[in-house]
Design a protein around this ligand. Structure first.
Ligand code: 0L1
Ligand code: MG
Length: 262
């Protein structure tokens, strides 16, 4: 690690402060170009520690930047991972207050729920499918704390991968009843289809993103417990939303889930 604990704390304070006050900031690598991956995840972990200390609970994990569309959109080349707390949950069909966010965008995703522990290293698509209870449609609302969504990978890892809100719903499906590579998704904004894709857009198979997360956690001696909800990453580019927008995600064979921005 290149940053000392005072700097890690100050950067966690700056990023979470922006989230809580709906303010943006410049990317932290502008001020700390020397920071490394361990620093980036240490800042994310400090944000997590602060939320837990305030009584929040972890309700899920996420993979981000897992599709070529997203990587191209953001000008980066590696997946990243983050967490979601209880206040990020929006009920299916429920409201998301734009005033609590900075500049939200939505992403169509496949959500996994595990039935057994996933522990790397060496996790692969097969291990993940064997450990999955069911999959279902999920819309992630991302809200980078960086001005104009301009960041590099270490900055976005520190910012908990832009996690802000999410909704899951539709029809939970066993992984043996669908082909997650060819499953089609349609994202609608105000009744108009705005993004389309298939599961294979996420690292060739959405389960590969979950395997990558398990293998990364293994480097820290951690695993994914049974019963964990994990968003596997946006299948298409993210779509900007504003108050008044209604967003619905339809996933082939899994029904739909929706969210209203107010
Ligand atoms: O979930 C995601 O793919 C987002 C990762 C962070 C990058 C972004 O804000 O788009
Ligand atoms: Mg996402």
């Amino acid at each position: 690690m290149k940053l000392d604990s005072n700097t890690i704390n100050a950067l966690a304070d700056r990023l979470e402060g922006c989230q809580l006050a709906q303010k943006d900031t410049t990317k932290i690598t502008d001020d700390h170009p020397e920071m490394d991956w361990d620093d980036a995840y240490a800042i994310q972990n400090e944000i997590r520690r602060r939320k837990l200390a305030r009584g929040r609970t972890i309700v899920g994990l996420k993979a981000g930047l897992t599709s070529h569309a997203k990587m191209k959109q953001m000008g980066v080349s590696t997946p990243v991972f983050g967490f979601m707390t209880d206040d990020y949950v929006v009920a299916d069909g429920g409201e998301c207050k734009v005033s609590e966010l900075i500049h939200p965008k939505v992403e169509p995703e496949i959500a996994f729920v595990t039935k057994t522990e996933l522990r790397g290293p060496g996790c692969h698509i097969g291990t993940v499918l064997a450990a999955t209870d069911f999959v279902m449609p999920g819309i992630e609302v991302i809200d980078s704390r960086y001005r104009d969504f301009k960041f590099d990978l270490k900055s976005v890892v520190a910012d908990n991968t832009s996690a802000a809100r999410f909704v899951v719903g539709g029809q939970p499906v066993s992984v043996s009843d669908c082909d997650l590579r060819t499953v089609g998704v349609v994202l609608e904004k105000n009744g108009i289809p705005v993004a389309f894709g298939a599961g294979a857009a996420v690292m060739g198979h959405p389960a590969a993103a979950i395997a990558a997360l398990a293998n990364l956690l293994a480097e820290r001696g951690e695993s994914i417990p049974a019963g964990t909800l994990i968003l596997s990453g946006g299948i298409t580019e993210a779509v900007a939303v504003q108050a008044g927008d209604n967003v619905t995600l339809r996933v082939q064979g899994m029904g739909s889930t929706s969210i209203r921005f107010v």
